[in-house]
Design a protein around this ligand. Sequence first.
Ligand code: HPA
Ligand code: ZN
Length: 358
Amino acid sequence: MSEQNHATISAFVTGLPKAELHLHLEGSFEPELMFEISKRNRIDLPYENVEEIKAAYSFKNLQEFLDIYYAGASVLLKKQDFYDLAWAYLEKVASENVRHVEVFFDPQTHTHRGVPFDVVIEGILDALNDGKKKLGMSSYLIMSYLRHLDEGDAIKIFHEGIKYRDEIVGVGLDSSELGNPPSKFAEVFELSKEAGWKLCAHAGEEGPSEYIWEAIDLLKVDRIDHGNRCLEDEKLIAELSKREIGLTICPLSNDKLQVVKDLSEHPMRKLLAKGLKASAHSDDPAYFGGYMNANYTHLAAATEMTRNEIAMMAKHSFETSFLPVEEKAKYLDEIEGYVASNSYLEIMPPKTRQIFSL
Ligand code: HPA
Ligand code: ZN
């Protein structure tokens, strides 16, 4: 892929309004901030400096990543730490023309170390509220249950979270997928649904397509996080398409965790061609090498996506968000206007303008 092509795609992506629907706040913990917080909390990290932290970020699979991700999160203790983590993330994406975010947090990662639930959520909520006031960033919070722990533990967290029923938009299911199917969490998802929360679950990242069936039929989720492996089951593809269930796909994460052999072999174009509501997101950007625009740009360049396919991902991100219908319609109109206006051509290097006429 040429430099020119990359610059062209990057200009188009930068101007495109986008929604981030798959972002773990703990996965946006940049090494610099991790180091700073570890020092002020006097918690030793097994690294001497930021470079050593970055050098450790090489993963063969999801579990290798999770071990390092949980170790990094262990320096977060106080409300200010959680505020700083969430605020740094919001500032970053506000500069990328991301208009709306629906972010996950993993309370059990912290309550298991003795950090009270209220400390975690109040730090995050303060940052989200400041994001609305100071950055104009619209945001929703999703409480994720850790699937490597048992369901009783998730139910305890449900009862903590319910005190903040209106501050939380929904629940998710993350952590080690293989051996921890969605069916393990049927009861806590039923409780969460009765509470009026939206439902998401990671499924079909490393786990088989059966886990995606369980997530949609048993847990009755509104959205699937990842879901790449639905491509192994034509019946499932038809069902996801018919029900218009969103798939929050994470290209750089898939590349770094070896869910795909190479980014050029990423299945996003196939998912879109099958009529699925797939969109691109960043998962754990501090660990996987890029936020929203990097995910869009690297994926589009590596798989030679058309302008319409790129815009389709952004449209899906709003359509499958938990925003009210009027808000969704407003963003969809804005995207259509942006694509039709060709205004992004003005910020492209002149020589590349002809290339991007798809
Ligand atoms: N998969 C499962 N659990 C996670 C992930 C992921 O990609 N990121 C953070 N927790
Ligand atoms: Zn994830």
